[in-house]
Design a protein. Sequence first.
Length: 195
Amino acid sequence: MKKILFFVAALLMVACSSSDKPADKNTPSSPKATSSAKTNEAGGRIAYVELDSVNSQYKFCVDQNEALEKEQQGYANTLQQKATAIQNGMADLQKKMQSGQITSEAQYNQIAQGLQAQQKQYEQLEQQYTEAIAKRTADLQSALQDSINNYIKVFNADGRFSLILGKQSVSILYAAPGYDITAEFVEGLNKRYKK
């Protein structure tokens, strides 16, 4: 099953500008902002957030990932019990046939139909669980996207960045460490999540 990591990948680029005009070069900025992002020739600041770090350090992601794993494990345990019951039933049918306890085709058909019904129920349950996990994953993806979108407006309310990118190993081939605002961003997300 997919984990939250996969839907975090959907956040490859997160861009937000808190005002319609770029930040003024003469506007004082905090030392943290100055040291954590570089200024391009046009005067706008660009920074990036490591999305893998958001996934592994943002408490919301960690909590939701743990809950999703528990849910998946519960589903897997239920399905395993059902599969074992079907296998035991088939083995029991085989033994009864070999020992001569089943003496008619009607007896065989009755037991076989019961096993087929169990198999069909198993398949329906497996489909139901798959759909439930897919919906839960989509809901979590949406909640994470909303959380990041809402927080980035607060994070960049002073307009210190013109562009904030989401970085994953395949989306940005190289970025100098000075552009990395991940720690500050995740710290803010976690403070906001605790409220």
